[in-house]
Design a protein around this ligand. Structure first.
Ligand SMILES: [Zn+2]
Length: 272
């Protein structure tokens, strides 16, 4: 009975979002089943939406990147991954509400690519495959987690997982694991819980981290924690933890029962 009520609750949320999106084009576009105004290229595992005249030559091997990300998470995408290659920064911000260069949005896990990102990967200033794998990790997660769980899911774990999956630490400005440890030794640390969740804003150690380009450190620090978990307890256990975390209400209780140690205790043991 409870399950039925929950399922129909989610159905009504999706229905409401769909109705709102047809009245409010723009910010709700990522959640709308209707897509207009884009050219469309369909591949085995992805659909690329782009503006007429734009090039999407970078997406030739996208199916293989998608398979790699599925394999590393031991999860499958529930539907083709939709990419939106944007031509206007204004429209990008309107759709996504962010200034970040790339973003994956909840629910369908659609991935948006800003004109700035496009310029940078075309000029070889950033790695296309690495950034795309990062967003694919988020997209895969969004397609597999019930929306209700996502609201309180620890954001630090999502970002750490994406950086870890994409082997992003040490590339394009992101701290290597070695520099993360050096930086922690120098007295900087962003508490994982301070990253917040969809419903809880960032805490003090993230907001007030004084490092220049602090997100390059913080993202890598969270990936460093995941890297440590895999080293200490093995990949199989990590994958099981990841899968179980999609179904549990209490991430940190699951951490304790899986790893046999309290999360905060584990973190203090990891300090270099
Ligand atoms: Zn991310």
């Amino acid at each position: 009975m409870y399950r039925l009520a929950k399922v129909s609750g989610i159905f009504y949320v999706i229905l409401l979002l769909s109705l709102l999106s047809s009245c409010l084009p723009g910010r709700l576009q990522p959640f709308s089943p209707h897509i207009t105004g884009f050219e469309k290229k369909e591949l085995n595992k992805a659909v690329i939406y782009y503006r007429e005249g734009d090039s999407i030559s970078e997406f030739t091997d996208i199916d293989s990147l998608i398979c790699q990300v599925e394999e590393s998470h031991h999860l499958q995408f529930q539907r083709k991954v939709a990419f939106f290659v944007m031509n206007s920064e204004k429209k990008y911000r309107h759709y996504t509400g962010t200034r970040a260069r790339f973003v994956a949005q909840p629910l369908y896990g659609r991935i948006y690519i800003s004109p700035r990102a496009k310029e940078e990967y075309r000029a070889d200033l950033i790695r296309f495959d690495t950034y795309i794998k990062h967003e694919l990790s988020h997209s895969l997660f969004f397609q597999n987690v019930p929306f209700i769980r996502l609201l309180n899911y620890p954001g630090w774990f999502l970002e750490g997982l994406a950086v870890y999956t994409a082997a992003q630490a040490g590339t394009d400005g992101y701290y290597s694991y070695e520099s993360v440890e050096d930086t922690i030794r120098a007295g900087y640390f962003a508490e994982p819980r301070d990253w917040g969740t969809i419903t809880r804003r960032e805490g003090e150690t993230v907001r007030q981290c004084p490092l220049k380009g602090k997100y390059h450190f913080i993202y890598s620090e969270y990936a460093w924690i995941i890297h440590g978990l895999v080293l200490d307890f093995g990949e199989d256990k990590f994958v099981r933890f990841l899968h179980d975390s999609l179904k549990t209400k209490d991430f940190y209780a699951l951490f304790r029962s899986t790893y046999g140690i309290d999360f905060d205790e584990y973190i203090s043991q990891q300090m270099p």
